[in-house]
Ligand binder design. Structure first.
Ligand code: MBD
Ligand code: FE
Length: 325
């Protein structure tokens, strides 16, 4: 029911209590607009579904341990973060209404399972930059929330799992592993994962084969690999959860450019996690996750061997464990 100040009332069916909602509160608790609803089809996974899976996967990944961080370091980092937040309040004269909107939103990030998404979109790129600056060889970028370990192991030349009549442009992706002196690497592997032509990731959206567009391809003894897959589509992060709500409220967009996720490794060498991109994608220049780098741009060409689709070569240079620039 609309009220004079542009807000509305809500009647609790059980207690009969009437709560007045003023406009800013409606903004804070409304999950999505009709437009955002229309953006995704009825068959789409919800933000909560993908978020909950990403949260569970992270919790079971063994990636964090309280024991690895000293009291002194926790105090330094948590103190700096809290100070930065307090400084924002002072600088921007944050109101109580804004403070409560923030509180409601942070709670929703958790209940939607979107902490992995939020952190990987808006913070991981800086963590990756800071931690890779001394590593020679092929450039990395963020992992993002949708990696799944233990994908099917395939020998090169490999074809990743696809459905019959999979939509999209076939892509033959090949390359070679060397060390920083140009010697071929033994025992190298390429873990690959990416979205389908509609922007959905297996194991995070419903109705997709478990290992669709996910594989762990073993290079040959000369360090060479070939992977047959499909060109992925540009990708919108889920718009119907807390992150989408922030994007909508701030007037931003939810797009990432089309990308292929890669994790490469070889025994004795530093692994590289990266993504590869396609020239001409309108979102290469304004990736919401700030994860595009010039060195990660592919140059696909029509296949020259009579095969359907495109081919592209991308070579990997790995640094020995302990090797720095
Ligand atoms: C993705 O597919 C992704 O790669 C990142 C970094 C964030 C959200 C979705
Ligand atoms: Fe991705």
């Amino acid at each position: 029911m609309q009220t004079a100040n542009g807000g509305s009332t809500r009647t609790d069916a059980r207690t009969g209590r009437v709560t007045q909602l003023v406009p800013h509160q409606q903004k804070a608790i409304t999950t999505m607009t009709d437009n955002q609803l229309l953006d995704r089809k009825a068959s789409d996974g919800t933000a909560v579904e993908a978020g909950t899976k990403a949260t569970e996967r992270f919790a079971n990944s063994g990636k964090y341990s309280r024991l690895a961080v000293s009291k002194e370091r926790v105090s330094t980092l948590a103190g700096a973060l809290i100070k930065a937040a307090n400084d924002i309040v002072v600088e921007h004269e944050v109101t109580y209404e804004e403070y409560n909107a923030l509180k409601a939103w942070l709670i929703k990030v958790g209940t939607d399972g979107e902490w992995p998404l939020f952190l990987d979109v808006w913070l991981e790129h800086t963590v990756e930059d800071v931690n890779s600056k001394d590593r020679p060889g092929t450039v990395g970028t963020i992992e993002g929330p949708y990696y799944v370990p233990n994908s099917p192991v395939l020998q090169t030349p490999a074809t990743v799992e696809m459905r019959d009549d999979e939509a999209g442009t076939p892509l033959r992706f090949s390359g070679r592993f060397t060390d920083t002196e140009g010697n071929a690497l033994q025992g190298a592997q390429v873990e690959i994962w990416h979205a389908d032509s509609e922007g959905f990731y297996s194991q995070y959206a419903p109705g997709l084969p478990e290992w669709l567009f996910r594989a762990n391809v073993q290079a040959d003894s000369d360090g060479r690999f070939t992977i047959n897959t499909m060109r992925p589509a540009p990708y919108q992060i889920p718009t119907d959860g807390a992150c989408g709500q922030l994007i909508e409220a701030a007037g931003w967009h939810a797009w990432r450019p089309a990308h292929i996720h890669i994790k490469v490794s070889a025994p004795g060498y530093q692994p590289v996690t990266q993504q590869l991109y396609f020239p001409g994608d309108p979102h290469n220049a304004d990736d919401i996750a700030s994860a595009v780098k010039e060195e990660l741009m592919l140059d696909p060409q029509p296949r020259t061997d009579g095969g359907e689709g495109e081919e592209v070569v991308y070579d990997y240079v790995l640094a020995k464990i302990g090797e720095t620039k």
